[in-house]
Design a binder for this molecule. Structure first.
Ligand code: HH2
Length: 269
């Protein structure tokens, strides 16, 4: 089977890439179904932006944003909910979500109680301050130790499907993001399925600037997004979280068992 592709659907006014586009539930459903047609294996519905400095959203407002969209999408595709609030996760599961995508890595009890899957992502600090000079002695070791600890706790609590995610861009410099991608194979070797989200993130714009030397803007990061998603999949990531579903599904198919990995065993060290 090829690596899975999780499509991003932010029902928010302020997400860094698609903010404001899908705040209307009908538009959100339309985009969700479009991603299904493009081959998305899951659609990740979020009602609160986690971009650096984002404003927090109340529980009631977040629930109001995500529940109708999940309810409408769940008959068509597997849905995950991108939240850090237990009550929002509960409401999302009741509406049909079967995976809790949790950037705070704290909601495994909700997943255990409800019999759904869970993603443990690493973040240093909170979205408000995470990009203020993040420092690590050894970013790869620290991230790996953290997510493995959380993943084991979740498994011990009875969560049957546990994913780990290094949290690219969440309290990391450009160099730290690159280290994590470079050593992704170590995380894969630890045994839990790995999810990676690099899609359209700012480090891509800074690594591959425009002709005038300024960072590539968010709408001009497709090539970097695909390059890093492909890198992650070749290193063994079992799922990538992306905005550009059709292009990524094509890359995932190429990487998968009938493509690069299957034919040549080509996997980076
Ligand atoms: N990245 C974002 C949000 N949720 N979840 C996981 N598991 N991994 C990620 O890398 C990840 C995530 C940030 O992207 P986006 O949802 O597009 O933006 P925003 O947080 O501004 O809504």
């Amino acid at each position: 089977m090829r690596p899975l592709v999780m499509g991003v659907l932010n029902v928010t006014p302020d997400s860094f890439s698609d903010g404001g586009r899908y705040l209307d539930p009908d538009r959100a459903l339309e985009r969700g179904l479009e991603m299904v047609a493009e081959g998305a294996d899951l659609v990740d519905v979020g009602g609160e932006s986690s971009r650096p400095g984002a404003e927090p959203v109340s529980e009631a407002e977040e629930r109001r944003r995500v529940v109708p969209v999940i309810d409408a999408l769940a008959p068509h595709v597997r849905v995950s909910v991108d939240t850090v609030k237990p009550a929002v996760a509960e409401a999302a599961v009741a509406a049909g979500a079967t995976l809790v995508n949790d950037i705070s890595a704290s909601l495994w009890p909700v997943a255990a109680t409800n019999g759904v899957g869970w993603v443990a992502m690493h973040m240093k600090g909170t979205p408000a301050s995470m990009q203020d000079d993040p420092r690590y002695d050894d970013v790869v070791a620290e991230v790996r130790t953290f997510v493995l600890d959380r993943a084991r706790r979740a498994a011990d609590a009875g969560v049957g499907e546990v994913w780990v995610d290094p949290g690219i861009g969440f309290g990391k410099t450009v160099g730290q993001n690159l280290s994590l991608l470079h050593h992704l194979g170590d995380l894969v070797a630890d045994g839990f399925p790995v999810l990676v989200g690099t899609s359209r993130k700012s480090f891509l714009g800074r690594l591959a600037p425009q002709g005038d030397g300024r960072p590539a803007p968010v709408e001009d990061r497709l090539a970097g997004s695909l390059a890093t998603a492909t890198w992650a999949m070749l290193a063994g990531a079992a799922m990538v979280r992306v905005h550009d579903v059709a292009a990524t599904v094509q890359a995932a198919t190429l990487v998968g068992p009938t493509g690069l990995v299957g034919e040549t065993g080509l996997v980076p060290a």
